[in-house]
Design a protein around this ligand. Structure first.
Ligand code: ATP
Ligand code: MG
Length: 557
């Protein structure tokens, strides 16, 4: 998995492109990423984005950003904006090549009239339900609609009146006249225009009829001059229809469709329809909830764009459907952050420590390395004083032998500072330990004792007088069981522990200047990032990007 790109076998799409360029079938390739603006992009889309923009770059072609905006009932401007923001953030640039299927509504309409005039399309008055019944099944041929043999003039007249808004939603459709007994269900007279009286984000109320995906997609590809139309496997059975339209219409170019396997991930959902149900039911706080597998959710959680590109580059572009473990994605995130993120100290569950022999009122500063393995990342100052906080878990009243942290009489190193030894602990009325009393060794400044005595444990800390309070949110998978996101009742299976909120965290003061675009490692705890949306002058909120442990690496490397 660490192979360089050169060592990897070329996938079938790159092979095809190479073939088409070498044979002179194309001088230049043009691909497109064609989202429907009915939701936010998710990490599955990132696979398609990296592939489409990636091959265009590798072969000196173009990649268009195309909005497949043919269903105004579900599409919104806010989704168009979010999609552009996310593609850009992922690191891809479409230049001036942003297109909308709706830009071609006139052209598409005239193509449809051409099919009608050629006797290759008809207006059907059957209801959606009846059309379904007449379609037959995989083992039984369909039945011709009683309206299938309408004359060309009548069809043209009805189709124009559909366009003019004379009929109600759902009362009629335009269908291609292909073959009701075809073994491929998509060729059993597919619907190509439906009546939808709804305002469109770009064309407003101009249209009363809209083309279906199948009709719009290939013709839009042809109008834009797309050479390789790359989509996911579920469209494989639509390819004969794609080709049928291209063959029967006077389109300016002849694009070809190629299908590759979609990304599926464990413990989450990669389907806009299902993700929008999560949002609508308020099971999450929005499309950018940090638990969401959306690009904006991942960004808000602190995942760098590089990690998404890196993850996607490790996926195979093939024909076999599989499911990828979320642990592999987390591994890519850790891999990058371990090398690149600055270290900070933060106490998530504070326990107060008073250092009894440290001078009252004194403060000193330590130079702390921002990254243990990369001096180029520099240092910062960390203040120290008589009262500090450590993690509650770093003390045990009755510790086993191998607990190399604090216990009565035990000595530990405070990261960058001194050795301290616990001399006493204080409990509250409920019997909880609420404070430790310690002594420090002034000669151990910087973390080593002059007498060379060894201290096994090093713990992190913050100075009580200087610490910055914060809320920290710990995220777990949206679904505890890997496949629960695929259940029909997935809303009932959301992991109740997917978001744990810790309200009384204390951070080293340098974190008051944290940025939402620079994920840091809280030493010994995990990787975290400022939440821009929920932080304000009175409250800092941090999101856990990913924990430190890596279960995937252990089993797969
Ligand atoms: P969803 O299935 O999540 O609703 P979609 O296919 O309806 O997504 P589109 O906006 O039409 O969403 O998708 C844009 C492009 O992204 C399509 O070409 C589609 O093939 C691709 N795509 C969608 N999901 C995945 C995925 N999981 N893996 C790879 N590519 C995907
Ligand atoms: Mg889809």
């Amino acid at each position: 998995m660490n192979e360089s790109k050169e060592d990897q076998q070329k996938d079938f799409i790159r092979e095809q492109i190479e073939l088409d360029l070498n044979s002179g079938r194309h001088d230049k390739i043009i691909t497109r990423f064609p989202p429907e603006p009915n939701g936010y992009l998710h990490i599955g889309h990132a696979k398609s984005i990296c592939l489409n923009f990636g091959v265009a770059k590798e072969f000196a072609g173009d990649c268009h950003l195309r909005f497949d905006d043919t269903n105004p009932a579900k599409e919104e401007q806010k989704f168009i904006d979010a999609i552009q923001r996310d593609v850009e953030w992922l690191g891809f640039n479409w230049g001036d090549k942003v297109y909308f299927a709706s830009d071609n509504f006139n052209e598409l309409y005239s193509y449809a009239e051409k099919l009608v005039s050629a006797g290759l399309a008809y207006v059907d008055d059957l209801s959606a339900e009846e059309i379904r019944e007449y379609r037959g099944t995989l083992t039984e041929a369909g039945t011709n609609s009683p309206f299938r043999d309408r004359g060309v003039e009548e069809n043209l007249n009805l189709f124009r009146r559909m366009k003019a808004g004379e009929f109600e939603n759902g009362s009629r459709v335009l269908r291609a006249k292909i073959d009701m007994s075809s073994g491929n269900m998509n060729l059993r007279d597919p619907v190509i225009y439906r009546i939808t009286k709804a305002s469109h984000p770009r064309t407003g109320k101009e249209w009363n009829i809209y083309p279906t995906y199948d009709f719009a997609h290939g013709q839009t590809d042809a109008i834009e001059g797309i050479t390789h139309s790359l989509c996911t496997l579920e469209f494989e059975d639509h390819r004969p229809l794609y080709d049928w339209f291209i063959k029967n219409l006077p389109v300016p170019t002849k694009p070809k469709q190629y299908e590759f396997s979609p990304l599926n991930l464990t413990n989450t959902i990669l389907s806009k329809r299902r993700l929008s149900r999560l949002v609508e039911s308020e099971a999450v706080s929005g499309w950018d909830d940090p638990r969401m597998p959306t690009i904006s959710g991942l960004r808000r959680r602190g995942v760098p764009a590089f990690s998404i590109r890196d993850f996607v580059s490790r996926l195979s572009i093939g024909k076999s459907e599989g499911i990828v473990e979320t642990a592999m994605f987390d591994h890519c995130v850790r891999d990058y952050l371990n090398k690149n993120s600055e270290r900070r100290m933060a106490i998530l569950k504070p326990l107060k420590v008073v250092i009894e022999n440290y001078p009252e009122g004194e403060t000193e500063e330590f130079d702390a390395l921002n990254h243990p393995g990369d001096e180029r990342l520099g240092t910062r100052k960390v203040p120290f004083s008589k009262e500090i906080y450590v993690e509650r878990d770093d003390f045990m009243e009755d510790p086993p032998k191998k607990f190399f942290r604090l216990g009565l009489g035990r000595e530990v190193r405070l990261r960058f500072a001194y050795f301290i030894t616990c001399t006493e602990f204080i409990k509250n009325e409920d019997g909880e330990v609420v404070e430790l009393r310690c002594t420090y060794d002034p000669d151990s400044r910087g973390g080593n004792a002059p007498d060379g005595r060894k201290v096994r444990g090093t713990i992190h800390w913050v100075s009580a007088a200087h610490a910055v309070p914060a809320e920290v949110r710990l995220y777990e998978h949206l679904f505890e069981n890997s496949e629960d996101g695929n259940r029909d009742n997935f809303l009932e299976h959301i992991n109740p522990n997917s978001c744990e909120v810790l309200k009384d965290c204390l951070l080293e003061p340098s974190l008051s200047n944290a940025s939402s675009t620079a994920t840091v490692q809280f030493e010994r705890t995990g990787y975290f990032c400022l939440d821009d949306e929920d932080s304000d002058d009175s409250k800092l909120v941090f999101n856990r990007t990913v924990s430190l442990r890596d279960s995937w690496e252990k089993t797969n490397k």
